[in-house]
Design a protein around this ligand. Structure first.
Ligand SMILES: NS(=O)(=O)c1ccc(C(=O)NCc2cccc(F)c2F)cc1
Ligand SMILES: [Zn+2]
Length: 260
């Protein structure tokens, strides 16, 4: 059978062009080998303060659906963990598969989850905008949360109910008052490593924080994700599924854990 990575690389037009950026030394996603991760006692607990009123809208960008936030102030920020200062929430989005057997970008001991949430933050101390931070070393912090098939996720349902309004690429719908911290697992444990964006421009500007515990979503909620389209209205419909990048080589990197 095809493995997760080569199934994706072999079959998917979205990624056939680039398997990794030429000369890239810190590309994402990666497989996290639990036993090779190194406990770092200096890693602090993650501190997360999201203001639900900073939520703006949901849109289909042709890769995923994305919830955008007002990042003109420090109202929704994270700090602690491996960070030297606070980072502002810009957006969150997901990656998922056509079926429940695969869909996540990162894997843990080669275990693939049916989906993965990315909460994208940028460093307002070193950059004046998200677009600038994307090009900066450690300009971004992305929190990754695995999705596991299980119980209905009440917090996610508000998002799922809005998806039919953004079925086609470049459609947008207002989405106010949503607190993304409801999508975080209660367990504080995480891994962290230096990596990149997983879609073009694949810039090596991301400090990844991957939560050890997944959140549970039910089958109908994942099925709603799969009803979205990569294509614009009027084009031949292509279902938005398998929007994950193949695993990239670890190269000279160590994954640190916040837990023993
Ligand atoms: N999957 S992920 O979490 O690694 C990821 C996060 C953000 C982006 C992104 O913002 N791209 C669009 C974008 C917007 C502005 C400027 C850019 F260069 C740019 F790529 C891409 C991938
Ligand atoms: Zn992502």
């Amino acid at each position: 059978t095809c493995t997760h990575a080569n199934r994706n690389a072999a079959l998917h037009p979205l990624w056939q062009s680039e398997l990794s950026i030429p000369g890239g030394t810190r590309q994402s996603p990666i497989n996290i080998q639990w036993r090779d991760s190194v406990y770092d006692p200096h890693l602090k607990p993650l501190k997360i303060h999201y203001d639900p009123a900073t939520c703006l809208y949901i849109w289909n960008n042709g890769y995923s659906f994305q919830v955008e936030f007002d990042d003109s102030t420090d109202k929704s920020v994270i700090m602690g963990g491996p960070m030297e200062n606070h980072y502002r929430l810009k957006q969150f989005h997901f990656h998922w598969g056509a079926i429940n057997e695969w869909g996540s970008e990162h894997t843990v001991d080669s275990k693939v989850y049916p989906g993965e949430l990315h909460l994208v933050h940028w460093n307002p101390v070193n950059s004046t905008s998200f677009e600038e931070a994307i090009m900066e070393n450690n300009g971004l912090v992305v929190i990754g949360v695995f999705l596991k098939l299980g119980a209905h996720h009440a917090g996610l349902q508000k998002l799922v109910d809005a998806l039919p309004a953004v079925r086609h690429k470049d459609t947008i719908v207002e989405f106010d008052v949503f607190d993304p911290s409801c999508l975080l697992p209660s367990c504080p444990d995480y891994w962290t490593y230096d990596g990149s964006l997983t879609t073009p421009p694949l810039t090596e500007s991301v400090t990844w924080i991957i939560k050890k515990a997944p959140i549970e979503v039910d089958e109908t909620q994942l099925e709603e994700f799969r009803m979205l389209l990569f294509t614009s209205d009027g084009e031949e419909e292509k279902r938005m599924v398998d929007n994950f990048r193949p695993l990239q080589p670890l190269m000279n990197r160590t994954v640190r854990s916040s837990f023993q």
